[in-house]
Ligand binder design. Structure first.
Ligand SMILES: [Zn+2]
Length: 363
């Protein structure tokens, strides 16, 4: 893999497969806008033409469960690592404007502070004191941007769960800013889901989230482990999530890292097997479908092929629309991208689109 591709993948929120900007947040409007058709121009002359499962009027989702803002500082640092234009600064006002264009009411805005404490890229490490300050600054930025639009933007802090001060930073964000949940990126933070010590430490941290009633959005897929797969995610569920009955978790990108490939499908399938919809564990789990399905190529993710679309339909229907959250990863035009390849019925879309996030957030 070319160095820049690797950096982009490890850095990004959609890290895995998206390549540089994809998930970082967002994507730089400038560098990605040209890749996606606008809502108006969404072509029906595709293999989906006439498919009765795709409504002519796709009601917009009320909630974007996976959005980002980025400070200038973080954008500049990431761009120094991965190349200009990978990550553009994005303010709350920019996000609200995009939401308005798509008819979206509210968004969970996931801080990208974890990018300031990354373990996936050795050369990206900041000196210890500087690292913590940078994480705090980015979480502060996210909180401040959301505070300008309190009815629309719901702030989530983020932190590398391996840092000894992770819990303190979460508490600071909640107590000082009223942030509503926590985002983790297990690839960027190179979180080990196999070692006893690491699992025990995670269980303590997540127990704390449960005690405080804080939901977590987790990018669980760790591409730095070459055979990362369903067993890792099952271990996380069984050893870290299940023991804390109050803990609510949403797996970003349907358990993957952007797009849908066989390994991701195995992980998503395993989630359903270990935590079916009607189980105690299953009732407090969600997935978001950000950066999973695409009408047209996005960065390194090809348009969703018909076979992948059918597979996603099967997996989503087994998982349940009741716990499927729409999310954009702040990818421009992701509503129309989703619309073009949506694999379930109109009725199931209506359920997904109606989620307002209240149950995930804790009422
Ligand atoms: Zn993201």
């Amino acid at each position: 893999m070319r160095r820049r591709d690797f950096l982009g993948r490890a850095l990004g929120a959609t890290a895995g497969l998206v390549g540089a900007a994809g998930g970082l947040s967002g994507a730089a409007a400038g560098s990605t806008a040209g890749l996606a058709p606008s809502r108006r121009s969404l072509s029906r002359a595709t293999p989906l033409d006439g498919d009765p499962g795709v409504a002519a009027q796709f009601p917009p989702p009320r909630l974007d469960a996976h959005a980002h803002v980025n400070s200038v500082n973080t954008a500049e640092r990431v761009n120094r690592l991965t190349g200009a234009g990978t990550l553009e600064p994005l303010a709350g006002a920019d996000l609200v404007e995009r939401m308005g264009a798509d008819g979206i009411e509210r968004a969970l805005v996931l801080s990208t502070a974890y990018l300031s404490a990354m373990d996936a890229v050795e050369e990206a490490r900041l000196p210890e004191a500087e690292e913590r300050a940078a994480v705090e600054l980015e979480n502060d930025f996210c909180a401040a941007e959301c505070a300008r639009f309190p009815e629309r933007l719901i702030p989530f802090c983020s932190v590398n769960p391996k840092r000894p001060w992770a819990r303190e930073e979460v508490d600071r964000c909640v107590d000082l800013h009223g942030m509503r949940g926590v985002k983790f990126h297990f690839w960027n933070s190179v979180v080990d889901l196999r070692g006893r010590q690491s699992l025990d430490a995670l269980a303590v941290l997540f127990g704390h989230l449960a005690d405080r009633g804080l939901p977590a959005v987790i990018h669980v897929f760790n591409g730095s482990v070459s055979d990362f797969g369903p067993d890792d995610v099952e271990r996380f569920l069984v050893e870290v999530v299940r023991p804390h009955p109050g803990l609510r978790v949403s797996f970003a990108h349907a358990g993957g890292a952007g797009g849908l490939h066989p390994r991701i499908a195995q992980i998503f399938r395993r989630l359903t097997e270990v935590a079916p919809l009607d189980s105690d564990l299953g009732r407090r789990l969600w997935i978001d479908i950000s950066a999973v399905m695409f009408t047209s190529r996005f960065k390194t993710i090809p348009p969703t092929a018909e076979a992948s679309r059918a597979l996603m339909g099967e997996l989503l229907s087994a998982w349940g629309a009741e716990r499927t959250l729409w999310g954009s990863d702040t990818i421009p035009d992701y509503v129309s991208q989703t619309e073009g390849v949506w694999p379930l019925s109109d009725a199931e879309w209506a359920i997904v689109a109606a989620h307002d996030g209240a149950r995930f957030l804790g009422g």
